[in-house]
Write a protein that binds this ligand. Structure first.
Ligand code: PLP
Length: 369
């Protein structure tokens, strides 16, 4: 069990609600009085179906999902979907728009390019990925089958706080690191997908939410188990779904409902991230390069004025129970991921540590000019 003084700022897999872990532990040997562990339950049986149906209902309720959207619980990470999107959403001669806003959209683009021509409608590269690409420079293709965005760039610390207008082209969003962190204007989306391990639950599960009218026969080359249409038609039971992961995600959905739902989460996430950004902005020892209007509320990326102290910062923080503060390997610096399950006390502890670290090392800052 977590020691109470430990806070895990990992980007993913990330922190889970303590209540959920305790309940999963309590039920591990006998799940819902079935006499079976969730690990032993046949996926076609009534006991598991109840669990999956409940999870789906709770998710629909949380998000306010209209009846014309389907929910799939698929195996594989979000990266699997990078390849599955073109094969499921486009005709073989189709093409797609992608917006390049950072590390994860570049990955999505590289994978989609193996299947279809990709128009990069806009790129944040010219800004060093310190802001989202300026809307005035987006060049959308009216013939694109969909337009893909990464709603929260986990490695770069950027997020869309206003959705783009794609002029009738279905919007497809990788929401791996911010799904369920705030209410959604769901009808603006054609497809939402999210690897579970950041803000939902266990690694290996991916949620796909798809609007009915976008379901079509997948390409013949697409593995049948990864055809959205086949999985929707078979009630997500074409093959064995990731049962324990669905169970755990269901516990998280129920936890979110007990916390007041996505509106309450958004308010808490805003308080947590604003406290940390305000501290960083007021300090001359820490800095955040991201444009204020595009800053992520899930992944706060920052760096030290004296970069040579970064490893020391991470090590000292770890000794105080503040875990996994190093930045993404491709970006460097520091990152505090503040997912739904990170309590406000965790952010307060982090800020107190940062203030003390700056006080201890402030002199070297002045030495380095
Ligand atoms: C972590 C992450 C991914 C990759 O997820 P995997 O499950 O490891 O494939 C994709 N997109 C975003 C936005 C992420 O944060």
């Amino acid at each position: 069990m977590h020691a109470s003084a430990v806070y895990n700022f990992a980007a993913g897999p990330g922190v889970m609600p303590q209540e959920v872990l305790l309940e999963a532990q309590r039920e591990l040997l006998d799940c819902r009085r079935s006499g079976m562990s969730i690990l032993e339950m046949p996926f076609t049986g009534e006991a598991f179906q109840d669990i999956a149906d409940q999870a789906r209902r709770d998710l629909r309720e949380l998000v306010g999902l209209p009846p014309n959207y389907r929910v799939l619980f698929l195996p594989g990470g979000a990266s699997t979907q990078f390849s599955l999107l073109p094969m499921n959403l486009l005709p073989p001669d189709g093409r797609a728009d992608y917006v390049d806003s950072g590390h994860w959209s570049r990955k999505a683009i590289a994978e989609a390019r193996r299947y279809v021509p990709v128009n990069v409608a806009a790129s944040g590269a010219r800004y060093g990925y310190r802001r989202l690409p300026c809307r005035r420079h987006w060049r959308l293709d009216p013939g694109a089958g969909y337009c893909h965005i990464t709603s929260n760039e986990t490695a770069d610390g950027l997020a869309y706080h206003r959705l783009p207008d794609t002029r009738g082209v279905p919007l497809v969003a990788d929401m791996t690191s911010d799904f369920l962190s705030r209410p959604l204007d769901i009808e603006r989306f054609g497809v939402i997908y999210a690897g579970a391990q950041k803000n939902i639950g266990p690694a290996g599960l991916t949620l796909v939410i798809i609007r009915d009218d976008l379901l079509r026969a997948a390409w013949p080359a697409c593995p049948t188990a990864f055809s959205y249409r086949v999985q929707v038609d078979s009630d997500n039971r074409f093959n064995t779904p990731p049962t324990q992961a669905i169970y755990l995600a269901g516990l998280v959905f129920r936890w979110l409902r007990s916390q007041g739902g996505l509106g309450a989460m958004a308010a808490r996430n805003r308080r947590k991230s604003e406290a940390l950004y305000a501290f960083i902005d007021a300090s001359d020892f820490y800095a955040c390069a991201q444009r204020v209007a595009d800053r992520s509320r899930m992944n706060v990326c920052f760096h030290l004025a004296v970069p040579s102290l970064t490893a020391e910062f991470v090590a000292q923080a770890r000794r105080q129970g503040l875990l996994n503060l190093q930045g993404h390997a491709a970006v460097g610096g520091l990152r505090a991921s503040l997912y739904n399950a990170m309590p406000e006390a965790g952010v307060e502890a982090l800020i107190a540590f940062m203030a003390a670290f700056a006080a201890r090392h402030g002199r070297s800052r002045r030495r380095c000019g």
